[in-house]
Design a protein around this ligand. Structure first.
Ligand code: NDP
Length: 477
């Protein structure tokens, strides 16, 4: 019983996480269902630190210092449940089981409640940054009890990415809060990736630019407000030449985007909570549209564009407009994502520090970006900010982008280019700031066919009109 921490599941994520702990001086117990993977880790990396390999789960648990901390990094779903059950049967009151895989937060809540009954702590932890992050410093989003964080937190903070000396890890909130925040992180990632792709598409189609030239633009943008991991790798991808064909790499990739489900979870959860995450939703649907092969084949060459070819007088101005539109659309997507986290916190009783979420996303994770500092600052100014966009800094920033953003969306609509995230985020922006929305008419329609009632602008109360009789208005109790 000497190991500080244990990791079970020695596939790529688990082994990298274990190596990260070992490299940071922790004694790490390791285990995998099939022994071969554990042996591979020992054969290749034993010299990186102190590893304690076990063939059986019982030996693995026995090798851990009390209160024990065991991290599960196996296939999400049933395999995770199976490993939790096995671990739980071997552990004792006060021990901590961590699921660092990509679980749905509802599953984490269920598992946490079941293990709490047995006196065990269950921590659902988001881990972002892929293989590379797991090895060199991920962004870590642990949920669960404060007590479990006291034991676990210092180790996680040590192995996480650091920005300006600050770890990209903090206690998110109780039970499923960590996995909830990781889910929204991934949703925001979908929106970021799609809107970057829309900017690329416009440069390619409207300006006829080649991949490498577009890569130069992204590399330039990466020096300013848009500086981020995703913009950086976009530039790199666009500069890459396919080794087989000698063509730009992006041009030989089939245009069908796959998804593993976290974007869809974010949208489904947002629908349940009634939070409009239009940027994330459109980005998720854009992947679905790209993969709708029969529909695309039926439409191609059949559905008419009737597009208007608009002339671009100033290429540099157009590219500058795209940059501003990208920044504005990104701000809206993040604002919507933070709304979803706030709504989730309210629904499930989590005390989530929204500014801290932006802080732990500054390094290690896929959406790491310079402007996340600004989000943290906004929540430091007002922890109960009802809308991120309404923070004084962002209000000013987005105002500078609006004319460009409108020009881009109008240009795309006239030209027949799809820009679901550019346009849906602009519509949201105009809706949320509107003095009056056509929702009044929707309420009237609902009252007409379903007696769903409505409220008036000029007096308190709930009303209904007897539409099919004398159209008298009655006040409801
Ligand atoms: P996989 O998701 O490919 O899972 C393989 C591992 O699961 C192996 O160790 C395998 O053991 C084990 N396993 C599968 N079924 C069972 C079972 N019934 N009982 C016990 N063990 C089982 O591994 P990854 O490393 O790619 O991912 C691990 C987790 O991390 C997943 O939840 C995934 O969603 C998440 N992930 C997160 C990423 C991130 O950026 N945060 C990126 C990639 C993954 P065996 O060798 O015996 O088959």
């Amino acid at each position: 019983d000497v190991a500080d921490i244990g990791v079970t599941g020695m596939a790529v994520m688990g082994s990298n996480l274990a190596r990260n702990f070992a490299r940071n001086g922790f004694k790490v117990a390791i285990h995998n269902r099939s022994v071969g993977k554990t042996e591979t880790v020992m054969d290749n990396y034993a010299s990186e630190g102190e590893f304690y390999p076990s063939e059986s789960m019982a030996d693995f648990v026995a090798s851990l210092q009390k209160p024990r901390v065991a991290i599960i990094m196996v296939k999400a779903g049933k395999p995770t449940d199976a490993v939790i059950d096995e671990l739980a049967s071997l552990m004792e009151e006060g021990d901590i089981i961590v699921d660092a895989g990509n679980a749905l937060f509802g599953d984490t809540r269920r598992r946490e409640a079941a293990l709490r009954e047995k006196g065990l702590h269950f921590v659902g932890s988001g881990v972002s940054g892929g293989e590379e992050g797991a090895l060199n410093g991920p962004s870590i989003m642990p949920g669960g009890t404060k007590e479990s964080y006291d034991r676990l937190g210092p180790m996680f903070e040590k192995i996480s990415a650091h920005v300006d000396g600050v770890p990209c890890c903090t206690h998110v909130g109780a039970d499923g809060a960590g996995h909830f925040v990781k889910m929204v992180h991934n949703g925001i990632e979908y929106a970021d990736m799609q809107v970057i792709s829309e900017a690329y598409d416009m440069m390619s189609k409207a300006l006829g630019m080649g991949a490498s030239e577009i890569g130069d633009v992204f590399a330039e943008w990466n020096k300013g407000d848009l500086e981020s991991f995703l913009i950086e790798i976009t530039a790199e991808v666009l500069h890459h030449t396919d080794q087989t064909s000698g063509k730009p790499f992006v041009d030989v990739i089939l245009d069908r985007a796959a998804q593993k489900g976290t974007g869809a979870w974010t949208v489904q959860t947002a629908l349940d909570l009634g939070v409009p995450v239009t940027g994330i939703a459109e980005a998720t649907f854009a992947r679905s549209t790209s993969g709708s092969t029969p529909q695309r084949e039926a439409a191609r060459g059949v559905l008419k564009g009737e597009a208007q070819t608009l002339e671009i007088a100033d290429k540099a101005q157009f590219i500058d407009d795209l940059q501003k539109a990208l920044y504005a659309a990104k701000l809206v997507s993040y604002s919507q994502g933070f709304d979803e986290i706030a709504a989730g916190a309210k629904e499930y009783g989590w005390d989530i520090d929204l500014g801290a979420m932006a802080r732990i996303w500054r390094g290690g994770c896929i959406i790491r970006a310079r402007f996340l500092n600004r989000i943290t600052e906004a929540y430091e100014r007002d922890a109960n900010l009802p809308l991120l966009l309404a923070d004084a800094y962002f209000t000013e920033e987005i105002a500078k982008c609006i004319p460009a953003w409108r020009r881009i969306v109008a240009f795309a609509a006239a030209s027949g280019y799809p820009v679901p995230v550019f346009s849906s985020t602009l519509s949201y922006y105009d809706a949320v700031r509107a003095e009056r929305l056509p929702a009044a008419l929707v309420q009237a329609q609902r009252d007409y066919f379903g007696a769903h009632t409505y409220q008036r602008v000029d007096t308190e109360g709930t009303f209904h009109v007897e539409w099919t009789q004398d159209r008298r208005e009655t006040k409801q109790d």
